[in-house]
Design a protein around this ligand. Structure first.
Ligand code: UGA
Length: 439
């Protein structure tokens, strides 16, 4: 990365979760001096030894490289890290509460800690996904708790990186959104990203926050739209993949996020959608479209289960192999994964499940602890003597499967493809019964 001619900043990233850790490593790589903090002391100790808290391709290498160059440090002392920095990114968790709103306790605590340690001008940037108007609250909190009149700015700089492609996305963003209230804050944010050549959208803080809400909600809407179309395709005897391909060639629509299946999961879409519905209602708008998007997404799992039941008739006593547990490929993240509901329903109905995932196995072991599941060490061990094989995550590894071998190992050659990964006809020719979604 060419950063020789760009202004360099002393950055503190608060929170070593997915967004925080990736951002910290990437800002270090862009030439800034970064300290990444977290109140989980074990996590910080592990990071110092280059042990990553989650699986993200390319991240460990980037962290190792920048630790060696001394451009990236890890610390569990937030006070000290704030004192030494001129830019602070808040990237702490905002987990969902029971009513759909986001829990902003951690953000408030960080804002108060910044106020206590305001020893010189600082730019405080929210990077966590937060409800609109959170920036204003951060500003009020710092003003209220600071012990002096030292100036500071608050800005919003939402993150659009995808798990599994986070490092790539960080260096190749489609756009950078900065929500600011002063020219100084805008200048610093532009300097932070100077080596990246991409469009910079400058807005006020509320607008930047809404851009994040709207982006994730629109992508989720696209997925639910194609999933609804897949239901009609099944009823009409049409093929959703061909429909999606033709739709996607229209530049106004675009081809991404039109993959029908068991729906979206993860810690972003489900939570962000709920939060956008909640905050819109709170400020006076009933976001009906998004409620429907969520409903279609929930129904897609039930629909998949019904399709399997239709073929297996009684689930009690049946053995079902599940390949793919993570909410999407290239991550070990199981949060809000569609696989959880599907497996739990199979178990409730009396089936036995054999699970395999290339990366999410340890996460899944914790989640399904004490339940009637068995973990297999590879694809072939998982399918042995099963009555049905379900694909729930489209890992590349599964595309190389020897289906002749799988057919010999299964008790009953039924494949339920929850991600439309395979050509149904080719599997039927090999002697399988094939269930896809909308095809
Ligand atoms: C999403 C957004 O894509 C990022 O831009 C954003 O920064 C991030 O949320 C966030 O707010 O932090 P992510 O949750 O990592 O990123 O994953 P996606 O690649 O967007 O996939 C989300 C879910 O949608 C997955 O379960 C995936 O399987 C599903 N999906 C995606 C479909 O079912 N069909 C599709 O066509 C595409």
């Amino acid at each position: 990365m060419d950063h020789k001619n760009h202004a360099q900043h002393r950055i503190c990233v608060v929170g070593a979760g997915h967004v925080g850790l990736v951002s910290a490593a990437c800002f270090a790589e862009l030439g800034h001096s970064v300290v990444c903090t977290d109140n989980d002391t074990k996590k910080i100790a592990a990071l110092k030894k280059i042990q990553m808290p989650f699986y993200e391709p390319g991240l460990a290498e980037l962290v190792a490289k920048n630790i060696k160059k001394k451009t990236l440090l890890f610390s569990s002392s937030l006070d000290e890290s704030i004192l030494k920095s001129d830019v602070i990114f808040i990237a702490v968790g905002t987990p969902p509460l029971a009513d759909g709103s986001a829990d902003l306790t951690s953000i408030e605590t960080v804002a108060r800690t910044i106020a206590r340690n305001l020893n010189a001008y600082k730019l405080v940037i929210e990077k966590s996904t937060v409800p609109v108007q959170t920036g204003q609250k951060i500003k009020e909190t710092i003003s209220r708790y600071r012990k002096n009149n030292i100036a500071f700015d608050v800005a919003s700089n939402p993150e659009f990186l995808r798990e599994g492609k986070a490092v790539y996305d960080s260096f190749n963003p489609d756009r950078i959104v900065i929500g600011v209230e002063s020219k100084k804050a805008e200048r610093i944010l532009r300097e932070l990203y100077a080596p990246l050549k991409t469009s910079v959208i400058v807005a006020d803080i509320n607008t930047a926050e809404i851009i994040k809400h709207a982006s994730n909600s629109f992508l989720a809407t696209k997925i639910s739209f194609i999933n609804a179309v897949s239901r009609v395709c099944d009823l009409a005897g049409a093929n959703v993949e061909t429909v999606a391909h033709a739709l996607g060639l229209d530049k106004r629509i675009g081809k991404q996020f039109l993959q029908a299946g068991i729906g979206y999961g993860g810690f972003c879409f489900p939570k962000d959608l709920e939060a956008f519905i909640y905050i819109s209602k709170k400020i006076g708008y009933d976001f009906g479209i998004l409620k429907e998007v969520k409903k279609v997404n929930d129904e897609q799992r039930t629909y998949f289960i019904e399709k399997v039941k239709e073929r297996l008739w009684v689930l009690k006593g049946k053995k079902i192999a599940i390949l793919g547990l993570a909410f999407k490929p290239d991550t070990d993240d199981m949060r809000f994964a569609p696989s959880i509901d599907i497996i739990n329903t199979f178990l409730r109905e009396g089936a036995h499940c054999v699970l395999y995932d290339p990366q999410a196995q340890s996460e899944a072991k914790m989640l399904f602890k004490g339940k009637r599941v068995r973990f297999a060490s590879n694809v072939y061990a998982a399918v042995k003597e099963c009555d049905c094989l379900c694909f729930l995550t489209e890992w590349d590894e599964f595309k190389k499967i020897d289906f002749k071998k799988v057919k010999r190992l299964l008790n009953n050659p039924l494949i339920a493809d929850g991600r439309n990964m395979f050509e149904g006809n080719a599997l039927v020719e090999l002697g399988f019964e094939y269930i896809g979604i909308g095809k």
